[in-house]
Structures are given as structure tokens and as C-alpha cells.
Design a protein around this ligand. Structure first.
Ligand SMILES: Cc1cc2nc3c(=O)[nH]c(=O)nc-3n(C[C@H](O)[C@H](O)[C@H](O)COP(=O)(O)OP(=O)(O)OC[C@H]3O[C@@H](n4cnc5c(N)ncnc54)[C@H](O)[C@@H]3O)c2cc1C
Length: 382
């Protein structure tokens, strides 16, 4: 390990821990500050999907190439049952895993705890209970979301149901979003993921429970409520001098369906590598090459999805060619194209405000920092 000062990282989520692993892998010391008492405290042991459909390359292989091992519990899923707004269902299947089911939280086996252990094993220092607001010597900001553009409200439970993944698309269950049910090895997560009408989240969740009870006979033992939110933004830059932003802090999250883990891990690792090599400018180039086109495509897809309503969702599902590998179909949906890019710049981008505002000489981790807002708001005589 080099004798140079440790690279500081603010936030021990997937992006922050991936950054720390990359820094350590390059032979530099890394120090991660986490404001809570452990990793994964934003989550509750709920199931999430590590998507494996945006590229042909397998996500676990991609992560391994970035120095992130698959030591977390993960179960490959090749099949999803999807319900149309009228309640009819279709099976979608893939030869390669469509996604890997993982758990998020502070328990053993969760993605967060496995990343923490991997980081500790290579000598990363993690300071729990410490909040970092300034990075005068530069560093990496991976503090997660700043506001809720979409929310999930759900139940965690134990069950005797067989493993399975289900999604329902209907504004009656999850406005502009989707309702999901994930069962694996006796545990379950059922949630409504809403992109609108957050005020009525409880009502939508109870409808989801009724829906899945009727359709698949969901049985929930010891149900516990959970919830959370995420934000979407399309960055113009993820760099402020020697401060690099990664994961949700930078806005890297699929605006169509809210899948952010893969992009958090990739962006965190690339930010860590670049800073360890004293080449922060490289990070800008790398995330633009790897993530920007997918991000813009997903934003364009979201623009259309927002306008579809139940009839549109049903029509879109009917368009899925019977027998086609769902992964291939999803890759087409997410594939960047000229017209999607043009639509993004002409129309879809207007919805998103950049998270990062670059102020001259500012070292704060939060880029719309109050100090500068106050200064710029001050007018003579006020
Ligand atoms: C209910 C729910 C379900 C989801 N399901 C999926 C899914 O199925 N698939 C998927 O890909 N994505 C999913 N997501 C999104 C995914 O969880 C996020 O995109 C991902 O966790 C982002 O990782 P991150 O490291 O950027 O941020 P986070 O995981 O939020 O980590 C940020 C960390 O920074 C800490 N922190 C914040 N401020 C400071 C500070 N000033 N100083 C020190 N520490 C700080 C926080 O405590 C936190 O631990 C879901 C999100 C929610 C809420």
C-alpha cells in the first residue's frame, strides 16, 4: 500500500464500496465515511434485482473485471410472469439469467455486507457514524439519493411458496410503475413501485396484496412493511475538480424502471480507479462511454411510458413476440439508437434537472450546497 494519504469516499453503499475496492486494488489507501452505524441501513433485507439485460455481457463477469467478486448471495432468474392491466399473464423466459436476485441490507448474505467484508479484507477503512460534507483534498461522493422521484412501498415476509418472480403493470396497482412479487428460498418481497400519486401508496400496496393473492395465492407469514425512494437525474458532468460523483449521487439510475445497482457499482469502481491513478478526467470519459447512451435511452423510454396508461402497457406487452428470449427483447428496449438520442435531447431531457452544479472553489460533497445558494441568493440591501 502506498504512503500517500487515503482517498476519501463519502457513503458506503454499493457505489462507495466499489470505489474503495478499486482504490485498494490500485495500491492506494481508501477511507469510507458512512453516516449510519452499518452498511445497508437504507434497506431492510428486501429482494432486489441485479439486472442482466442491458448488455449481452453478463453483469457478474463485468463486475469481476472491475474487481468486485460475487460473494454476495445471488440467485439467477430466467423467468418472469408478467401481468397485463386486464389481469392476463404471460411468461417471459431467457436462456441466460435475466437478473440475479440479491438481498439488500445489513444482514449476512446481503450485497451490502458482502461488499463491506470484501473491502475490509483488502484493508479499506470504514468509519461508521461519520458524515462527510467536504472533500478539500478531493475524493468520491457516493451518498445515494437526494430526493424521491419514485418510491417503493412493500412487505417482506416468510412464505412456503415456490420460488418465482412476478411483475404487474397497471396504474391501479402502481401508477406509471410496476408491482413486483419476488419469492426465493422461503422469503418474499411484494411491493408497489410508484412513479406518481405517492400520497396513496398504502392504498396501492393493499391492492397489490389483493391482486397477488387472487392471481398466485401469495401467502405472507410475519409480514413487515418497508419502503424507500430513489431519484433520477441525467448528469452533464459527474466531476467537480478532484471530486467525483458516482452511483445515485451522480444520478446514475435507470429512469425507466429504477434499476441502479449495476450502474452504481460500475461508476463507483471507475471513479475509484481514475482517482487512484490521479486521472480524474478519465472518469468523465469512461462513464460517458459506458453509461450515458443507456441512460439517455432509458430516459426516452420513460418519457413514452409516462404517457402510455393501461391501454398502452397492454399493447406494449402484446407486441412481445411469443417465444423470443426476453433478454433479447429487453436489450432492444434499452439499446441506444439515433432517434432515441434525438428524442432525449429534444424532449425527454427537459424533465431532468442536473444534480451537480459546479461552483468555483467549492469542496462540498453536495453540489447544490446551501452556502453557495445563500450567497448567490443575496442581493444588495437584503
Ligand atoms: C425499495 C427499493 C428497491 C430497489 N430495487 C432495485 C432493484 O431491484 N434493482 C436495482 O438495480 N436497483 C434497485 N433500487 C435502487 C438501488 O437500490 C440504488 O440505485 C443503489 O442502492 C444506489 O447505490 P449508491 O451506492 O449510489 O447509494 P446508496 O445505496 O443509497 O448508498 C449511499 C450511502 O451513503 C450514505 N450517506 C449519505 N450521505 C452521507 C454523508 N454525507 N456522509 C457519509 N455517508 C453518507 C448513506 O447512509 C448510504 O449508506 C431500489 C431502491 C429502492 C429504494
Amino acid at each position: 500500500m502506498s504512503s500517500r494519504p487515503a482517498i476519501e469516499i463519502s457513503g458506503a453503499g454499493p457505489a462507495g464500496l466499489a470505489a474503495a475496492l478499486a482504490v485498494a486494488g490500485a495500491g492506494r489507501a481508501a477511507c469510507v465515511y458512512e453516516r449510519r452505524e452499518d452498511v445497508g441501513k437504507r434497506f431492510h433485507g428486501d429482494f432486489q434485482g441485479l439486472e442482466n439485460w442491458t448488455t449481452d455481457a453478463d453483469v457478474l463477469e463485468e463486475l469481476a473485471s472491475l474487481g468486485i467478486d460475487g460473494g454476495f448471495e445471488h440467485t439467477p432468474f430466467h423467468e418472469v410472469t408478467c401481468f397485463s392491466p386486464d389481469g392476463t399473464s404471460r411468461e417471459f423466459r431467457s436462456t441466460q439469467p435475466l437478473f440475479y436476485l440479491i438481498r439488500r441490507g445489513s444482514e449476512a448474505g446481503c450485497l451490502d455486507t458482502a461488499l463491506k467484508q470484501q473491502a475490509l479484507d483488502v484493508g479499506v477503512e470504514i468509519r461508521f457514524g461519520e458524515t462527510l460534507h467536504h472533500l478539500p483534498a478531493g475524493g468520491i461522493v457516493t451518498q445515494g439519493p437526494r430526493r424521491a422521484d419514485a418510491i417503493a412501498a412493500g412487505y417482506l415476509f416468510e412464505t412456503d411458496m415456490a420460488d418465482g418472480a412476478y411483475a404487474a403493470i397497471s396504474d391501479q396497482l402502481a401508477p406509471r410503475g410496476y408491482a413486483y412479487l419476488l419469492i426465493c428460498k422461503g422469503r418474499g418481497t411484494l411491493a408497489s413501485c410508484l412513479f406518481d400519486d405517492f400520497h396513496n401508496e398504502r392504498r396501492y400496496l393493499e391492492r397489490c396484496v389483493e391482486f397477488y393473492t387472487e392471481k398466485v395465492g401469495v401467502s405472507m407469514h410475519n409480514p413487515r412493511r418497508f419502503g424507500g425512494g430513489g431519484n433520477f437525474s441525467l448528469p452533464r458532468t459527474a466531476r467537480k475538480g478532484n471530486i467525483l460523483y458516482a452511483g445515485e449521487s451522480a444520478g446514475f439510475q435507470d429512469p425507466l424502471f429504477g434499476f441502479g445497482i449495476r450502474w452504481a457499482l460500475i461508476s463507483g469502481a471507475e471513479a475509484g480507479r481514475a482517482l487512484a491513478d490521479d486521472d480524474p478526467a478519465r472518469y468523465e470519459r469512461v462513464w460517458k462511454q459506458r453509461l450515458r447512451a443507456y441512460h439517455q435511452t432509458a430516459a426516452t423510454n420513460r418519457w413514452f411510458y409516462d404517457r402510455m396508461s393501461d391501454r398502452g402497457y397492454a399493447a406494449a406487452l402484446r407486441k412481445y413476440p411469443q417465444g423470443q428470449d426476453i433478454r433479447t427483447w429487453m436489450q432492444n428496449v434499452y439499446a441506444p439508437s439515433l432517434w432515441k438520442r434525438a428524442w432525449y435531447y429534444a424532449v425527454a431531457s427537459r424533465r431532468y434537472k442536473p444534480l451537480l452544479q459546479v461552483h468555483e472553489g467549492c469542496d462540498c460533497t453536495w453540489c447544490r450546497c446551501e452556502r453557495h445558494m445563500q450567497v448567490s441568493d443575496q442581493r444588495p440591501g437584503m
